[in-house]
Design a binder for this molecule. Sequence first.
Ligand SMILES: [Zn+2]
Length: 94
Amino acid sequence: MGKLLSWVFIGVAGWLAWRLTGLVQRKLDAARRHDGLRSASGEAPGARRASALRDERIVPCAHCGVHFPASEALGRGDRLYCCPEHRDADRSAA
Ligand SMILES: [Zn+2]
């Protein structure tokens, strides 16, 4: 009987160890995923995007007045446009 109980105990201990290992592994994976979201500089990706947006110059379209990032602007002379249609419309109006 004592031998049977010790086998049951070994079984339960093994099961507990297996469960605990899985739990720790999941926690480690979650922590690694969380760290992976951070960039190499240690800056959160959201912060980097926010700073990129801060650095981006916002300009108004010379035709419709819509404000948009300067990197997407279509220029003609010193005037900036949001799309080719507005650039062409302004050309035909002038
Ligand atoms: Zn426009």
